[in-house]
Ligand binder design. Structure first.
Ligand code: AN0
Ligand code: CP
Length: 318
């Protein structure tokens, strides 16, 4: 594997990737020699708890060294546009910074969220693609503008571990949040659920339609109670509007969309999932997230497994 920025990088064989993940989970130190003298550089343009820790742990399990750079804490401010006279507050251009970063590592992982101001810039993955083009290294997305594949892979591993039927009913529900969030987690989850072949339904208020390139043939249902009826897994996530002219805007904070005991009551005793970080009593009630059907902790723990599976595949190829 040469990079990991979307599901296609797994080579189209999900069962094989899931099998590999499950083997890694059983013995995570089996390949402790594979990464010896190899360095993973993790570059963060945005905050992180899980991605930072789980990816570092995964790399360490494989014997790698890791370096972390928080661009907004201690690095030079980076200019990302070309043909600008750099007489402002940005000291360095990303086109020098990227190859320099690449020269200190064997694999480079990036977190760079959607700016939510320029849809075209976000949806062409301008920053991520510059890393792919100019770093000279295999690139791993730790959430880019349109996708969060390490999260979706961990979500899929989690569903496979807990599902009670071959083809469970998975419902992704939009939920309220006070600030505008990217569509990346939702886009990516939709892409992976479609590939997994589960019964997959998306529910959100009108105006929150996602890019059809990600939602594919998933059923879209505006009535969340109707959507959630009989669900085996409820995957909650907030995202800001995708469609024009509201791109990146918060259109609703209606707490009737908060996942609570009442909404979970119409499901098939569903498991509750969320990628975290989560705002309680906006996205989900205390009772649901703390309840016996909540998978948020094992889901987060599987981030180590998805990252390690991806790193192992890339290391085997360099
Ligand atoms: C981010 C998002 O919604 O994309 C990261 C989630 C993993 N969430 C927040 O910024 C709260
Ligand atoms: N789920 C997730 O990616 O969490 P962090 O933003 O804390 O890394």
């Amino acid at each position: 594997m040469k990079k990991f920025t979307n599901i296609n990088d797994l080579g189209g064989n999900l069962p094989e990737a899931l099998k590999e993940a499950s083997e890694i989970k059983k013995d995570r130190f089996k390949y402790a020699e594979l990464g010896r003298n190899k360095t993973l550089l993790m570059v963060f343009f945005n905050a992180s708890l899980r991605t930072r820790l789980s990816t570092q742990k995964a790399a360490t399990n494989l014997g790698m060294n890791t370096i972390t750079l928080d661009i907004n804490q201690g690095a030079w401010k980076l200019e990302t546009k070309r043909n600008v006279i750099m007489d402002g507050d940005k000291s360095e251009h990303i086109l020098e910074a990227i190859p320099v970063m690449g020269s200190y590592c064997d694999i480079i992982a990036i977190r760079s969220f959607a700016g939510l101001e320029n849809k075209e810039e976000d949806y062409t993955e301008k920053i991520l693609n510059q890393f792919i083009k100019y770093s000279g290294r295999p690139v791993i997305s730790m959430e880019a503008a349109t996708r969060h594949p390490l999260q979706s892979f961990a979500d899929l591993i989690t569903i496979e571990e807990y599902k009670r039927t071959i083809r469970p009913k998975v419902v992704m529900t939009w939920a309220p949040h006070p600030k505008a969030l990217p569509q990346a987690v939702a886009n990516s989850f939709a892409e992976w659920m479609n590939a997994a072949g589960y019964e997959f339904i998306i529910t959100h208020p009108e105006g929150y339609e996602l890019d059809p390139a990600f939602t594919g043939n998933a059923r879209i249902e505006y009535d969340h109670i109707k959507a959630l009826r009989g669900a085996d897994f409820v995957y909650a996530k907030n995202w800001s509007a995708y469609t024009d002219p509201n791109y990146g805007k918060v259109l609703s904070t209606d707490r009737k969309w908060t996942v609570d005991v009442r909404t979970m009551g119409v499901t098939n005793n569903a498991y509750f999932m969320h990628c975290l970080p989560v705002r309680r009593n906006m996205i989900v009630s205390d009772a649901v997230i703390e309840g016996p059907q909540s998978l948020v902790i094992p889901e987060a723990a599987n981030r180590e497994i998805s990252a390690q599976t991806v790193l192992k595949r890339i290391l085997s190829n360099i």
